[in-house]
Design a protein around this ligand. Sequence first.
Ligand SMILES: *[C@@H]1O[C@H](CO)[C@@H](O)[C@H](O)[C@H]1NC(C)=O
Ligand SMILES: *[C@@H]1O[C@H](CO)[C@@H](O)[C@H](O)[C@H]1NC(C)=O
Length: 214
Amino acid sequence: MNRFLIHFVLIACFVTTRGALLPTSIDVRLKSPWFCHDLDCPAFAIEDDKVARDMELRNYAAAQWVSTNVSDVKYDEAVRTGFWRLFQYISGTNEEDLKIEMTAPVKVQVVPGAGPYCKSQFKISFFVPIESQGSAPKPTDSAVYLDDAPAARFFVYSYPGFTYESKMLDKLNTALAALNTTDYKYDASYFFTAGYDSPFRLINRHNEVWIPAL
Ligand SMILES: *[C@@H]1O[C@H](CO)[C@@H](O)[C@H](O)[C@H]1NC(C)=O
Ligand SMILES: *[C@@H]1O[C@H](CO)[C@@H](O)[C@H](O)[C@H]1NC(C)=O
């Protein structure tokens, strides 16, 4: 009887864990979407795949990123500046002179400025490869830092092709307008963009805007 009960409890725990919406650790097998191609990318679970057209609600696991902040009027300019710093970091500008594999996506947190000519705050981030999660070398450029992102939920709007500031803002607006027609609540004070491809990939390109869920 006792043994039966223990068995039951174990199964119940297992089922609950498996059914939980939040992945608790980086698990390569959890999800490797097509748009990551052969690059490591962060794990997520889909909570609602039909929030709106081209938009799903994702639960991201906590993960380590390497980030740098840029203050600029222009998104494209800020991303170029940040990308270059992070590219130096993965090319060996770190305390172990270690070369680190490129991953996906290039994530950019945007905290919009007060007006169109005001500077916005951008945080550009690379995902730390799965095998280096938690053990990535310290950056030697003081503008670059290791960044532990907590588990979080985002409304993710996807679109193909090459992207740039005006197109991205247009997609963000489409996503926000669609979200406004649902009962979901979101944080409008910041958002993320995620780009999965190098400029050398000409087809099957994938881009996202992430709006924080409340
Ligand atoms: C980097 O920028 C983000 C977004 O604006 C901000 O939340 C964070 O505090 C900044 N971190 C540093 C180290 O400046
Ligand atoms: C969504 O709703 C908010 C709050 O009502 C509003 O401020 C915002 O302009 C709306 N956004 C779009 C793109 O319709």
